[in-house]
Write a protein that binds this ligand. Structure first.
Ligand code: SF4
Length: 308
């Protein structure tokens, strides 16, 4: 099966399950939603299925800020997630609360890991998350029965081991000190680094710069000239001011170094020739001055000899 077909199948499964939960209602002969289609499916695959959750879980007011049919999202997360082999929390909201958890967080929105504490949970943050990161995780489980190696925030290392800044196509401009100062200026038109207008790439682990969204190269914020606002990183996305700059601490080397172009200091043949001429002129002047000095010295010596 081609990759795109698999991606479509997974995307449909992700879409269909919530739909069943919302629309199925009680099955014939059942009294509640959990006795309907999804309840039957869940029981038939008890402890063997992957539960993919999208969206934050509101926990204030007994979770009543989000009700789906006859249950709260809080109850459904515990019920369906509690019987799964593992959970995938897709998107920043499910991973750590995302935009609904921004201060003052009136609904008490939290990520899945704060509701289900004894389950393997894979967080795939992003707003939106890259579907290929979901696909890679699901296919590993389907093929090998294992989950990918995770970092200390439960994210797959294959996607979140490096910050965006490490592999950003604008990184050579950062290293060369060429920055966009405001939208639409000359630097913006030439694709320079967006750090000075608030890019959070240096503190945001994600593979956006390496793995195109929807197979379209450049279809991501930095690709279209907008600074990364750290949507996938707790404490930055939806928290740090959009245009404020951040500290760059211990920058790791980029994966590759691009060639140095003339703007960043290549010495052109013309410049070399000019330098040669200048150098030659200086050397020549030095020799002439030296010869002049030696003549003066000789004249002075002859004068001294005459006196003695
Ligand atoms: S600061 Fe942002 S735009 Fe500049 S190199 Fe880093 S990630 Fe790319």
């Amino acid at each position: 099966m081609k990759t795109k077909t698999v991606a479509l199948a997974v995307a449909m499964a992700v879409l269909v399950l919530p739909l069943l939960a919302r629309r199925s209602g009680p099955a014939p002969g059942g009294n509640t939603m959990s006795e309907g289609v999804y309840g039957f499916t869940m029981k038939a695959n008890d402890g063997k299925y992957i539960c993919v959750i999208e969206g934050a879980i509101p926990v204030k007011e007994d979770g009543n800020f989000c009700r789906i049919a006859d249950k709260t999202a809080l109850e459904l997360t515990k019920e369906i997630g509690g019987r799964a082999a593992a959970i995938i929390a897709i998107g920043s909201c499910a991973s750590w609360g995302g935009v609904p958890s921004a201060s003052p967080n009136p609904t008490g929105a939290v990520g899945v890991h704060e509701v289900l504490r004894n389950k393997p949970i894979v967080n795939i943050p992003g707003c939106p998350a890259n579907p290929y990161n979901l696909l890679g995780t699901v296919l590993q489980f389907a093929t090998f029965g294992t989950l990918p190696a995770l970092d200390d925030k439960g994210r797959p290392k294959f996607a979140y081991a490096r910050v965006i800044h490490d592999d950003c196509p604008r990184r050579p401009h950062f290293d060369a000190g060429r920055f966009v100062q405001r939208y639409g200026d000359d630097g913006a038109r030439q694709g320079w680094c967006l750090y000075k207008i608030g890019c959070k790439g240096p503190k945001t682990p994600n593979n956006c710069s390496l793995l195109s969204y929807v197979d379209t190269v450049g279809a991501w914020p930095i690709g279209v000239g907008a600074q990364c606002f750290g949507c996938s990183e707790k404490g930055i996305g939806f928290t740090a001011p959009l245009f404020s700059t951040i500290d760059v601490q211990g920058p790791t080397p980029p994966a590759m170094f691009t060639p140095i172009d003339p703007q960043s200091g290549t010495i052109s043949p013309v410049a070399t020739g000019v330098a040669g001429l200048v150098g030659g002129a200086l050397v020549g002047a030095g020799l002439a001055y030296g010869a002049k000095l030696s003549k003066v010295d000789s004249a002075e010596e002859a004068h001294e000899e005459k006196k003695s």
